[in-house]
Design a protein around this ligand. Structure first.
Ligand SMILES: Nc1nc2c(ncn2[C@@H]2O[C@H](COP(=O)(O)OP(=O)(O)OP(=O)(O)O)[C@@H](O)[C@H]2O)c(=O)[nH]1
Ligand SMILES: [Mg+2]
Length: 318
C-alpha cells in the first residue's frame, strides 16, 4: 500500500475528520485507493450504531436527524450523517446545508456530515454509500445516520445496511401506507409521523396501525411516534426508541443475524455487478453472441435459451 494511504488509514482510525472526508472522496471517485483503504480498515468496523432514515421527499427526515444529532451530542456521542441523494447529482456541496439541515452542527468536530450522489466504483450508489458508512464507522463515530429518500423502490437500498430503520411519514403520505400494505416496502423498526400539528395526524396513525395489524404479531412491536421535528417535539422519544431497539436486537442476537444477512446481500450485489460487467465486456465483441441475438430477434431462439448458451460459453472459457 502506498505510504500516503497507510497514513490516511491511520489518521482515519484516529478519528481525523479531514482524513474521513478524503477517504470518502476516494470511494466516491472510483479510486482504487479507496477500496484498498476500506479493505485495511474493515476489521475495525462494526462498532457504530447504524440507523437509516427513509421516507417520501419533504417529510422532515433531515430536520429530524438534525434534532436527533443535537440530542446525541448533548449525551456526548459522536455522530456521522450520510445523506444519499440519487435524484440530484448536482446538489453536492452547494445545497448540502439546505438538504441536510444540519447547519447548526457544521462547526462541531463531533459531527461529520456528508452527502453522496455519485455511483462510485462498485456498481451502485448503495454500494458506494456502504463503503462510506464503513469509513465513518471505522473513524470511531458512535452513531452513523443514513438518509435516503424513498417509498420502497429498490433503487437505493442502502437502508438495508442499517441496524435500525426509521420510516418518516407525514399526514397525507398515503402512498407509503399503500406501499407498506402491498409489501413493496419492508416493515420498518420505528415509524415517525412528523408534522404532527396537521389535523390529519390521528387518521394517519390509525391507518398505519391498521396496516401493521395485518401482519403477524412481531417480537418487536413497531412504535409509531408523533413528532414535530422543527420544534424538537418527539425527538427524545425517537432517541429512546432507537436505544430500545438497539438493546432489543443486541439481546436477541438479531443484530448479528441482521448484519450477516445485510453483508451477504452486499457481497452478492458487488459480485453480481462485477459479473455483469465482465459478461457485457466479453460478449460485446463476440461474433457468435451477435448471431445468437439475431436469432432471438428473428424469433428462432427464445431469450432464456440464448442466455443459457452465453453462460455455457463463458464457463467453457473460464
Ligand atoms: N410544519 C412542520 N414543518 C416541518 C416539520 N419538520 C420539518 N418541517 C419542514 O419541512 C420541510 C422539509 O424538511 P426536511 O427536513 O428537509 O425534509 P426531508 O424529508 O429531509 O426532505 P428531502 O431530503 O428533500 O426528502 C422543511 O421546510 C422543514 O422546515 C414539522 O414538524 N412541522
Ligand atoms: Mg433531507
Amino acid at each position: 500500500m502506498p505510504r500516503s494511504n497507510e497514513n490516511l488509514a491511520e489518521r482515519l482510525l484516529e478519528g481525523d475528520r479531514r482524513a474521513l472526508a478524503r477517504a470518502i472522496s476516494l470511494v466516491e471517485n472510483d479510486d482504487p485507493e479507496g477500496w484498498e483503504l476500506v479493505r485495511t480498515i474493515y476489521p475495525r468496523t462494526g462498532h457504530a450504531a447504524i440507523v437509516g432514515f427513509t421516507g417520501p421527499p419533504g417529510v422532515g427526515k433531515s430536520t429530524l436527524m438534525g434534532a436527533l444529532t443535537k440530542l446525541e451530542r448533548e449525551r456526548e456521542r459522536s455522530v456521522a450523517v450520510l445523506s444519499i441523494d440519487p435524484s440530484s447529482p448536482f446538489t453536492k456541496g452547494a445545497l448540502l446545508g439546505d438538504r441536510i439541515r444540519l447547519t447548526d452542527h457544521f462547526l462541531d468536530p463531533g459531527v461529520f456530515i456528508r452527502s453522496m450522489a455519485n455511483r462510485g466504483a462498485l456498481g451502485g450508489l448503495s454500494e458506494a454509500a456502504l463503503q462510506a458508512a464503513l469509513l465513518m464507522d471505522a473513524s470511531g463515530r458512535d452513531l452513523v445516520l443514513l438518509e435516503t429518500v424513498g417509498v420502497g423502490q429498490a433503487e437505493v437500498d442502502i437502508i438495508d445496511h442499517a441496524d435500525t430503520v426509521v420510516l418518516v411519514l407525514m399526514p397525507g403520505s398515503g402512498d407509503s401506507i399503500q406501499a407498506l400494505k402491498a409489501g413493496v416496502m419492508e416493515i420498518p423498526d420505528i415509524i415517525v409521523v412528523n408534522k404532527a400539528d396537521h389535523p390529519l395526524t390521528d387518521t394517519m396513525i390509525r391507518e398505519i396501525k391498521g396496516v401493521l395489524a395485518l401482519g403477524p404479531k412481531p417480537d418487536w412491536p413497531v412504535p409509531i411516534i408523533r413528532a414535530e421535528a422543527v420544534r424538537g417535539e418527539g425527538v427524545a422519544e425517537v432517541a429512546d426508541k432507537l436505544a430500545e431497539h438497539r438493546a432489543y436486537i443486541e439481546s436477541e442476537g438479531t443484530l448479528s443475524e441482521r448484519r450477516r444477512r445485510n453483508l451477504l446481500n452486499e457481497v452478492l450485489a458487488i459480485a453480481t455487478y462485477r459479473m455483469r460487467r465482465e459478461l457485457e465486456e466479453s460478449v460485446r465483441e463476440d461474433e457468435e453472441v451477435r448471431e445468437l441475438l439475431d436469432r432471438v430477434v428473428s424469433r428462432e431462439l427464445d431469450p432464456a435459451s440464448a442466455a443459457a448458451s452465453i453462460l455455457e460459453r463463458e464457463k467453457a472459457k473460464g
